[in-house]
Design a binder for this molecule. Structure first.
Ligand code: NAD
Length: 400
């Protein structure tokens, strides 16, 4: 019995000795391996940075924010921006925050990103909610800017059923919220409700020419139903609505893979690739800079005009002219190549903005040259920050 006891003890201590020795050898080996040493250094560096952050938080040091106006409680509104982490939404949020309002952003990050509003996180007037508007939302607000919806063809065609749900079920949810809270709701509608227009330029009185079963229908018809919903809630439930028919908009914080002509041309021009035109390049477009759009949206929301209003820049150019202008701003020598025209591509697009001018006193102020310079600078910086795969212009012929 004693012999058995002793031998068990011996085996136990021997096992501990062997394990410790192996551990020591492993540590010594790892410490001498340069890859492991580099990883350890990186971890230590990150932990030190985190500790510094915690120290700052504990010391009560304040994050630096852009200065915002101090409004009294009567003028300060609680404003919901759906899709506020997207391109247009984030610029609108900046303006509303600087004006001194309380802003709540709701976004599912399908095409938006936290980074677009990251500079407001932690501000006492700002709240960010990760939420899909296809599900109901119960919060208290005075105004709703309803922007949540994918906006560019590759994005809205990625999941056409979801695009329709967002614009129909999502819009019903937001109108329900506006009804319950007696808030005013502004819908970000689109010039796509005019489809491939037979009248030129397009005024709000034009009913449109849309293919209801084409590849763009999920978006075009989705927005048409969203407008119908707004006026049904206005008539039946007394909800105050505003409808902005937004024409092509560009600017900083645009999605790099937006897939539309401005981002495609800029990416190609900056990366010394041939610039691709779908069709003969004689189709026309007009582009407004994002800050002009934000001015128009805020004026419309705070007006008492409830019928649809076009917001866009009437300066019309052929797609070929756009390609050449962007190439000039970038200073490249890219060739311009023509590819097969894409399906249901509108031939002419130009807003009639006389109504916006009359009821809101609005017209765009940023010239195309200035807007393009700012946008090209933004894309250049974004490309420099990316170290992974190159960002390719989107090939529209793959989806249309
Ligand atoms: N940019 C334009 O040229 C243009 C033209 C006409 C109309 N619009 C309209 O303006 C609005 C904003 O467009 P944008 O260019 O900023 O597009 P964007 O894709 O950058 O922004 C849309 C935002 O909505 C969010 N979103 C999408 N589906 C959602 C859902 N189900 N729930 C919650 N969030 C959701 C996205 O994550 C994104 O942040 C859209 O409604 C669009 O239809 C834009």
């Amino acid at each position: 019995m004693m012999v058995k006891h002793l031998s068990l003890k011996t085996v136990f201590f021997a096992a501990i000795a062997v394990t410790s020795l192996t551990g020591l050898l492993m540590v010594a080996f790892c410490a001498s391996d340069p890859t492991v040493r580099k990883e350890n250094d990186e971890h230590e560096f990150r932990i030190a940075a985190l500790e510094k952050k915690i120290e700052n938080l504990q010391s009560g040091a304040k994050h630096e924010f852009v200065e915002v106006r101090k409004l009294n409680y009567k003028d300060r509104k609680r404003i919901l921006v759906t899709g506020g982490a997207g391109f247009v939404g984030s610029h609108l949020v900046d303006r509303l925050m600087v004006d001194g309002h309380e802003v709540i952003v709701v976004d599912n990050y399908f095409t938006g990103r936290k980074k677009n509003v990251g500079h407001w996180i932690g501000h006492e007037n700002f709240e960010l909610i990760h939420h899909d508007i296809v599900n109901p939302l119960f919060i208290e607000v005075d105004q709703v800017y309803h922007l949540a919806s994918p906006a560019s063809p590759p994005h809205y065609m990625y999941n056409p059923v979801k695009t329709i749900k967002t614009n129909t079920v999502g819009t019903i949810n937001m109108l329900g919220l506006a009804k319950r809270t007696r808030a005013t709701l502004l819908l970000a509608s689109t010039s796509e409700v005019y489809g491939d227009p037979e009248v030129h330029p397009q005024a709000e009185t034009y009913w449109g020419h849309v293919n209801p079963i084409g590849p763009r229908a999920c978006y075009d018809e989705g927005k048409r139903v969203a407008e119908t919903l707004c006026y049904s809630y206005a008539k039946q439930e007394n909800v105050a609505v505003r409808v902005a028919r937004i024409f092509n908009t560009y600017g900083t914080r645009m999605h790099m893979n937006d897939g539309r002509v401005v981002s495609n041309f800029i990416l190609q021009a900056l990366q010394n690739e041939p610039m691709t035109i779908y069709g003969d390049g004689q189709q026309t477009r007009s582009f407004q800079y994002v800050s002009d759009l934000v001015d128009g949206l805020i004026l419309l929301m705070n007006s008492n005009y409830s019928q649809p209003v076009n917001l866009g820049n009437p300066e019309e150019h052929t797609i070929r002219e756009f390609a050449e202008m962007i190439r000039d701003v970038v200073g490249g020598k890219n060739s311009i190549v023509n590819k097969k025209a894409v399906m249901d591509d509108p031939k002419r697009r130009k807003p009639d903005i006389s109504l916006a001018n009359k009821v809101l006193g609005w017209k765009p102020r940023v010239s195309l040259a200035d807007g393009l310079r700012k946008t090209v600078a933004y894309f250049k910086k974004e490309l420099e920050l990316r170290t992974g795969d190159p960002v390719k212009a989107f090939d529209l012929s793959q989806v249309l």
